[in-house]
Write a protein that binds this ligand. Structure first.
Ligand SMILES: [Zn+2]
Length: 387
């Protein structure tokens, strides 16, 4: 057995932990607060709460509210400029995965020359090393999905070329993360389900990845257990803080999985779909692919599928098909079994385009699949998943 473990983010987890912002030593004197272009952070009062807490703790701030659900290269460039022009020396990402991912990328570009795509590997990225450290980052997650508060990854889309590519290295972990399930009670049921499934797939993919270890498996199985126990309940009863806490913990543990193992090619294929169809939520795209995707690896991962089925609640699971059945049952109980690719404008004449895009932009994750997935295999998975 061997493993590497590096998880430098200081995480404050639990109901009411948002108030920590008023007590800890902040990593700078003026924050760029990065939020989405929607109204939710203002309507819920979360933005005002953060502003009040850091003000009382001696920090100034400037609000950058131009992040779309799939953060774009343009918004990263604008955000970095806003940080420099306003003299911000640290970044706060407040919201869901998009806002926090954007905050990570802005933290890189606020302190570095050139274009963000100079530092991206894959597609039209130039893959250069980042010369200067990013600004310190506080991640405050108001959803339970991407695990970005506990991993170094950020996903940004270059609009002109339909490239949606992940980036991250040792310095892009948040400095401080606040995971407060109280902030998640305002997430509507459908999004709770999509985001919860994203967390689930980070754990399940990381569990069957060929680089998984005892450490990543421990986080993955606990995350899967918490989602099996509480996701459908959090979808139905979003005000219940115990259900929200279980799903929030599952999400943070899945971030640990992404930091110690890796997502695999289901994420590459999904990024290709949502790069061309930005209205497709990432978690929904994964759900659309998942049954056929996991069926493809059923023989290679038989023993691991049995362990995942057991973690999902089927204690007497003894064959790999039990995991596929539990996955379908979880989708039914969360009300997301009826999703169709055609509902999001995906055209079955062009499925090869998504396969090519997945290999071009996120080809690296295919190296971590439990057995090699060819372009023909990937196309077959998309065809079988198409409705
Ligand atoms: Zn994901």
């Amino acid at each position: 057995m061997n493993f590497n473990y590096f998880m430098p983010a200081k995480i404050f987890f639990g109901s009411g932990k948002i108030n920590t912002l008023g007590e800890i030593k902040l990593p700078g004197k003026k924050a760029l607060i990065v939020i989405s272009s929607g109204k939710s952070m203002k309507r819920t009062g979360y933005l005002e709460k953060v502003q009040n807490l850091i003000s009382s703790n001696g920090s100034e701030f400037y609000v950058f509210d131009k992040i779309s659900p799939n953060p774009t290269l343009t918004s990263i460039t604008q955000g970095a400029k806003a940080a420099r022009n306003n003299g911000c020396d640290y970044i706060i990402g407040l919201g869901g995965g998009s806002s926090i991912d954007a905050a990570k990328s802005i933290a890189v570009m606020a302190n570095n020359p050139g274009n963000y795509w100079d530092y991206i590997s894959g597609g039209t990225g130039k893959g250069k090393p980042v010369p200067n450290d990013p600004l310190p980052l506080i991640a405050i997650t108001t959803t339970a999905g991407t695990g970005t508060e506990a991993d170094p990854w950020t996903v940004v889309t270059k609009e002109r070329t339909n490239e949606k590519i992940g980036f991250g290295y040792e310095k892009t972990f948040p400095t401080i993360s606040i995971v407060d399930p109280d902030l998640m009670t305002t997430v509507p049921p459908k999004l709770t389900a999509f985001q919860g499934f994203d967390a689930f797939f980070h754990a399940a993919e990381g569990f069957i990845a060929n680089i998984s270890t005892e450490i990543s498996d421990m986080f993955a199985l606990k995350s899967i257990e918490l989602i099996g126990r509480s996701l459908s309940k959090a979808v139905r009863d979003g005000d219940d803080i115990d259900f929200r806490t279980d799903v929030a913990l599952a999400n943070t543990l899945s971030g640990f999985v992404e930091s110690t193992s890796s997502c695999i090619s289901q994420h590459s294929l999904e990024h290709a779909l949502s790069a061309f169809h930005p209205e497709l939520p990432h978690g929904a795209g994964l759900i659309l692919l998942s049954e056929e995707y996991f069926l493809h690896f059923i023989d290679a991962c038989a023993e691991k599928y049995i362990r995942m089925a057991q973690a999902l609640g089927k204690k007497n699971a003894d064959k790999p098909e039990d995991f596929i059945r539990e996955l379908i049952y979880l989708q039914e109980s969360c009300g997301v079994r009826d999703l169709k690719m055609s509902d999001f404008g995906i055209d079955d004449e062009n499925l090869g385009k998504y396969v090519d895009n997945a290999f071009d932009t996120m080809g690296g994750l295919f190296n971590f699949d439990p057995v090699k997935l060819t372009k023909a295999d990937a196309l077959e998975i998309l065809k079988r998943s198409y409705k």
